[in-house]
Design a binder for this molecule. Sequence first.
Ligand code: FAD
Length: 473
Amino acid sequence: MSEKFDVIVIGAGPAGYVAALRCAQLGMNTACVDDWQDSEGNPSLGGTCLNVGCIPSKALLDSSEKYSQTQHEFADHGISVGKVELDVSKMIERKNGIVSNLTKGIAGLFKANKITSLHGRGKLLANKQVEVSKDGKTATYSADNVIIAVGSEPISIPVAQVDNDVILDNAGALDINKVPKKLGVIGAGVIGLELGSVWKRLGSEVTLFEAMDEFLAPVDKQLSREAFRTFTKGQGLDIKLGAKVTETKVNKKSVRVTYELNGESHSDTFDKLIVAVGRRANTRDIASDDAGLKLDERGRVDVDDHCRTSIDGVYAIGDAVKGPMLAHKGSEEGVFVAEVIAGQKPHLNHDTVPWVIYTHPEIAWVGITEEQAKAQGIDYNTGFFPFAANGRSMAMNEKGGRVKVIADAKTDRVLGVHILGPNASELIAEAVLAMEYSASTEDIARTVHAHPTLSEALHEAALATTGRALHKV
Ligand code: FAD
């Protein structure tokens, strides 16, 4: 007889570990299977996000931003510093310390909540059995409910095979121990921009190759245009749009990249090349044929709007299913599914999932863009407010960016909020809450915002949708 649980979660990333925690809190006997291991071969919970994604990238973004400020900003504040030394190994060590604290923290939470942590590769078998294999040994468990949260992996492209020495994926890009003189990045999406920004701030000459002609396609056009100018002219990132990499040749410690741009072939040599062309669901060999698990056309686990798969009692969440590949989206699905299993009637609104790009300035948004409002034939109003006219922003020496609000012209309901500017990642939370409660721009306009704060820019942008901005520029 195999050991039986109320719930087995496969994957301990932000989707899976949160699902396991909520199941345990609701009184279910829960196990969580995960196969991640650190560089020393020890289990490390938290998935991509904690080990090689959200957290380590933000640690390095923060360190590199501080370094960059000493070079480019302190003088404006009347602060002069002597020669500033950079210790990349210390920076990486700090980042690794944060990762280790957080991943151990999850192990602690599992213990406190009596979750059985199973280290190994999980596979769904028929009748909600889960096989766990590790080092050639297998054990089989069964459960009333299974939650698949196997996450995603970087997409590899044949023209640039990752060796994590010269050609790097996101994990390798977070572990470079010396600032590369010249760094190439394939892909100018969220991950490419964040990682490119880290090394640019630390002194690399950075070129990003983006096959699409459009910069940051999902972002509202007004903001993406301003962001493009800031990143290229302002910060010196060389972003080549419509540039298709056709060949790479590694030569000991450098790589020659050949790319097509405007019908012509060009090449350049880099010390390191990061491949950041997107991610795909990690569903290879996730279920036996007789389990009956359906995948969709993109290899993700096929789920309905309640995260239910083709098998009764089997759910799937996070990067492994449709929707944006974002940690908080996966975590909320984890809570949702746990509560569904417990017989509750939870609510999860995928239309108000916020997006953030942690560049400087940050880009954050929720809801629809102006282009989407137009395409959907919606009669809408827009309101803007630039950070250049916001007192707190000036005090912080942050001059660029804006807040843009899109509202339904008839009902005044907020349909989208787009922010390019300082602390956009934090400011967007107010907009998410407003939209979750179906607020109108009038609701935001009538809400008292502290002065002087960056959030006053959202207040003014809400007022501006009806032509009432107080500090109109
Ligand atoms: P994952 O985090 O991928 O976790 C899945 C886990 O399941 C892993 O531990 C994996 O080893 C394990 N697993 C897979 N298959 C099996 C199996 N068969 N058996 C056992 N275990 C298995 N998102 C944000 O919201 N904000 C950010 O700032 C952000 N920054 C990012 C920066 C980078 C560089 C990258 C790469 C990603 C970033 N993301 C960010 C995306 C975020 O990391 C993912 O959306 C998130 O990790 C998905 O969570 P998940 O639980 O679905 O999957």
